[in-house]
Design a protein around this ligand. Structure first.
Ligand code: SF4
Length: 292
């Protein structure tokens, strides 16, 4: 019989909301060292890092905006996705009651907040993907802040305003345009999830999925790996800096994915993830649950 994982999912939400992943924290600490001593940028990084420490110590949310819960469930054959969905929804409600999540789900038509992060079939967002039967059940969670979501952008190439054609040079131009437009909004320093191609919907979806990658990993595609490095480097020369105070770190990293597309379309989607880069996962294997 399928186990009830509601409590374990609640723990995944708590862990994600209160404990920043090591790769992000490491990069934030390095960014603080790069800023001028005594500068506003260094001060902003200091406040961010104190926040990160306090949240972990006290098991309280890293940021008051606990974001949109986005789950990716990779399940081997035999698991009921209907039951998993109910357990995830119950875990989210339980985490809201314990204040690991802020009540964030608002009915857009009535303006009413449901009060417990219940919503429609898209809130919380849950994606299911069946994996080989020898793979463990893995549930990934991202808590995506509203401020950084607001500065995400989608471009349709060619873009004459920016002189961006349908090639990787065009992609570079529009991604940097999105960073420049955001300025400090979206709580820099953050990370860029970029998708090239697809349709409008699949493009935005893939741009978010790239944000599950580790900050220090390398793209398998050498052309995209070079573009990721170049965009990060050039974004950090824009002098937007932590929280928009100016400084050396605007972007912690860039992750890019290419999708197939119709000849008629060439979309570039940019999902911006703020410094409160909350993503964690739980793995269920042989009755044991592990978190990372
Ligand atoms: S964008 Fe991120 S850091 Fe800024 S308020 Fe929202 S969740 Fe917090």
């Amino acid at each position: 019989m399928q186990p009830d994982l509601t409590k374990e999912i609640l723990e995944l939400v708590r862990f994600t909301s209160t404990n920043l992943p090591p790769d992000i924290e490491k990069r934030l600490r390095a960014a603080k060292e790069e800023e001028e001593p005594g500068s506003a940028a260094e001060g902003a990084m200091d406040t961010i890092l104190k926040n990160v420490d306090m949240a972990r110590e006290n098991s309280t949310p890293i940021c008051q905006d606990t974001g949109t819960p986005i789950f990716y469930v990779h399940y081997p054959e035999g698991w009921s996705t209907r039951k998993l969905r109910k357990q995830i929804q119950a875990g989210v409600v339980g985490a809201t009651q314990k204040s690991y999540l802020r009540p964030n789900s608002v009915n857009t038509i009535s303006g009413k907040n449901t009060g417990d992060n219940t919503g429609d079939e898209h809130y919380p967002t849950i994606h299911f993907e069946e994996v080989d039967e020898d793979q463990p059940l893995t549930i990934e969670l991202m808590l995506k802040g509203g401020g950084c979501e607001n500065v995400g952008a989608q471009y349709k190439l060619p873009d004459n305003r920016l002189g961006a054609g349908r090639d990787l040079e065009g992609v570079r131009k529009v991604v940097l345009d999105a960073v420049n437009d955001a300025q400090g909004k979206g709580c820099a320093p953050g990370a860029l999830g970029v998708s090239i191609g697809g349709d409008r919907g699949s493009s935005f979806l893939a741009s978010k999925e790239t944000l599950f990658r580790q900050l220090d990993d390398k793209n398998d595609d050498p052309e995209l790996a070079a573009l990721e490095e170049r965009i990060t480097e050039e974004a950090n020369q824009l002098d937007i800096g932590p929280m928009g105070f100016g400084g050396k770190t605007t972007v912690l990293g860039t992750k890019i994915k290419g999708l197939h597309r119709l000849p008629a379309s060439y979309f570039v989607s940019v999902s911006y993830m703020c410094w409160a880069y909350r993503r964690r996962k739980m793995v269920v294997q042989d009755g044991e649950v592990t978190y990372s």
